[in-house]
Design a protein around this ligand. Structure first.
Ligand SMILES: Nc1ncnc2c1ncn2[C@@H]1O[C@H](COP(=O)(O)OP(=O)(O)OP(=O)(O)O)[C@@H](O)[C@H]1O
Ligand SMILES: [Mg+2]
Length: 614
């Protein structure tokens, strides 16, 4: 798992410029975000940072004067009061330095929190806007993982460095003048000594980033096994089938691979640091030797001598810190770029037709599938093939077919969650792609086959169906009555205000599969939508509840364009028309009796089910 990446040793200036720009391209956007997070705070931070940066040299100047005036006082050339003035000034400069440093820390922290809120929200908002197709590929999850890592680990350290770097820079510039007083050669020597480790570190960072990038999917897989081992969803199966040890082994294998890789990277860093630091120390030694030589020539005051060593050492330290900050920001820029790449996903993955109109279609729409073919993103396999289907306004359709026939897929296409690969879907004659998805979806309600079990209250679980009615008790209750959930809710300790799920609330209640399904149904019923889609709405319900749900479905779907997907063929009789799907296309359609007469797939499936009840 080592880094396979090799870097060209010699690069032309053009290549170097492009590489630098590529790496730092995200900086202006980051700075803009930083600025937008809080203008006043950022300005204040810069001012404080500047003052913090100049503080060390002011302190050195005061110290030098203190030493010189103390010596003059001993020789009787100066009054004591003058010595005390320099002493007080020096103390004040130190105290101001302390205040400045802490103020910088405090404001920097505040700005970071502002930025954190802003960027995290943008990330989540983006995830919420992405077309569903994005969630189909491992590459997307790798990208998300990298962006999240960038937000969690890098962005704030980058900012911390960006906040402290101007201060360090100001210290360097002010100390530069001081050090150059001895000889302009000294700063040059120290600079050369510091540049060497810097270039080595930058090179190391880049190799490390590229290698880590390749390991993102391994890391995600590691997280998956860990999650399975420590959370509830898999707990029962893991115990029953004794899979824990097997999962532990899989996890260990991935972990060891990652660990070997990291150790290797760390070893490289240690070697790089030793070489760089030794080189740097040697140049410092050389410079100090030069300072001693200057002293021997004897042109400085004692105060200047005493502080000059200090200045040289401080200058070198600040220089090293500064260049290391730059190297660290350079490293972080790779990760920051990952964040922006993720943020840009929404724009790049919008469907080509950008001028969709927010159009309210007439109350109950007619829907037409015209030669629709569809493959899930990243796959070649067509799930729907040349499908033609017209659902009249107010018509109830039952969609029947074996597992994998494409029923749920058809429903998701109808909602505009995916786009047909070929053909089109018309809503009252208008291409769905030209309609504003948000307004189209507000006209639709659906119970998904894999519906959600939200870990919030019962009321909210239903209220999410129509947020405008989230706190409207009678509407929520009425939806629950229709889905058969009310009876069960009344038996809960806090009825509609009962928190559900145990993961986030000690008093949380868990429900049975069927009870959750009734809530999902109520959620769909709350939204009094013109298009109603139920995908296997009774799969988890007992016989009595099932009959009740279908009885209610007749009423609820009255006058709506409705699609009922079910394996319980008895329920299909409720529909005006039955459509039979096989391998992604329609093989039969008609009423229950027509299809029985036709004696095709539907009749065969119906007879198998009927057989059990005889
Ligand atoms: N997200 C996905 N990515 C890739 N292929 C998918 C995805 N979801 C479903 N498929 C494939 O599409 C085909 C149709 O799936 P779909 O869920 O539409 O079937 P279905 O008729 O609803 O079946 P079931 O009765 O089991 O619910 C299946 O072969 C399945 O493997
Ligand atoms: Mg399905």
């Amino acid at each position: 798992m080592s880094s396979q990446t090799s870097f060209p040793k010699q690069r032309t200036p053009g290549q170097m410029l492009r590489a630098l720009r590529g790496n730092w391209g995200a900086l202006p956007r980051l700075l803009l975000l930083f600025w937008q997070s809080g203008r006043k705070e950022v300005m204040f931070l810069l001012v404080v940072s500047l003052a913090t940066g100049v503080a060390p040299v002011v302190q050195l100047v005061f110290l030098r004067h203190l030493i010189d005036s103390a010596l003059s006082f001993i020789n009787g050339q100066e009054r004591l009061s003058m010595v005390l003035v320099w002493l007080v000034l020096l103390l004040l400069a130190y105290i101001a330095g302390i205040f400045l440093l802490q103020t910088e820390h405090w404001i920097g922290f505040g700005v970071q929190e502002l930025l954190k809120a802003r960027i995290q929200e943008r990330l989540l908002k983006n995830a919420g806007q992405l077309p569903l197709g994005q969630f189909e590929s491992a590459a997307y999850y790798d990208q998300l993982e990298r962006a999240q890592k960038g937000v969690d680990n890098q962005i704030f350290s980058t900012l911390a460095f960006m906040v402290q770097t101007p201060a360090t820079f100001f210290s360097i510039v002010s100390l530069l003048f001081y050090v150059a007083l001895g000889s302009p050669l000294f700063p040059c020597l120290l600079l050369i000594g510091t540049l060497l480790p810097l270039t080595m570190i930058i090179r190391h960072h880049k190799q490390r980033y590229l290698a880590e990038r390749k390991l993102t999917s391994d890391e995600r897989r590691l997280n998956y096994f860990e999650e399975m081992l420590r959370t509830r969803p898999a707990a029962a199966e893991l115990r029953l089938f004794h899979i824990q040890e097997h999962f532990l082994q899989l996890r260990r294998h991935i972990f060891n691979g990652l660990r070997d890789h990291r150790l290797q990277q760390e070893r490289k860093l240690v070697v790089t640091s030793i070489i760089g630091d030794v080189g740097q120390t040697l140049t410092l030694g050389l410079t100090l030797f030069g300072v001693v030589a200057l002293m021997a020539a004897g042109s400085f005051s004692l105060g200047a001598y005493a502080t000059y060593f200090n200045a040289v050492i401080q200058f070198q330290q600040f220089l090293f810190t500064f260049l290391l900050d730059i190297a660290t920001i350079d490293r972080d820029m790779h990760y920051i770029q990952d964040i922006f790449e993720y943020l840009d996903l929404v724009q790049s993955s919008q469907p080509p037709n950008g001028n969709r109109k927010a159009q309210q279609t007439p109350n109950v729409p007619a829907i037409q599938f015209e030669q629709v073919s569809f493959s899930y993103p990243g796959t070649e396999h067509p799930v729907l093939r040349n499908l033609n289907l017209r659902i009249q306004a107010g018509e109830r359709i039952a969609l029947i077919g074996e597992n994998g026939a494409g029923k749920s897929t058809l429903a998701k296409l109808l909602l505009g969650l995916y786009q047909p690969t070929e053909g089109r879907i018309l809503v009252n004659g208008k291409d769905l792609r030209e309609l504003d998805f948000t307004s189209w979806r507000t006209q639709c309600a659906m119970v998904f086959q894999s519906f959600m079990r939200y870990q919030v209250t019962t009321r909210e679980n239903i209220g999410f169906g129509d947020l405008r009615q989230l706190t409207h008790e009678p509407a929520i209750r009425s939806a629950a009555l229709k889905s058969g959930a009310d009876e069960m809710i009344q038996r809960l300790p806090q009825q509609y205000e009962t928190p559900l799920g145990k993961a986030y609330d000690e008093n949380g209640q868990d429900l049975s599969g069927g009870q959750w399904q009734k809530l999902a149904l109520a959620r769909a019923y709350l939204r009094n939508a013109a298009v109603l889609v139920l995908d296997e709405p009774t799969a988890a319900l007992d016989a009595r509840a099932e009959v009740e749900v279908y009885r209610q479905f007749r009423d609820v779907s009255h006058g709506k364009s409705a699609l009922l997907i079910s394996h319980r063929l008895g329920s299909a009789r409720l529909a005006d028309r039955i459509i039979v799907l096989e391998n992604g296309h329609i093989v039969e359609e008609g009423t229950h009796s027509e299809l029985l007469t036709h004696d095709g797939l539907y009749a065969a499936m119906f007879k198998i089910q009927a057989h059990w009840y005889q």
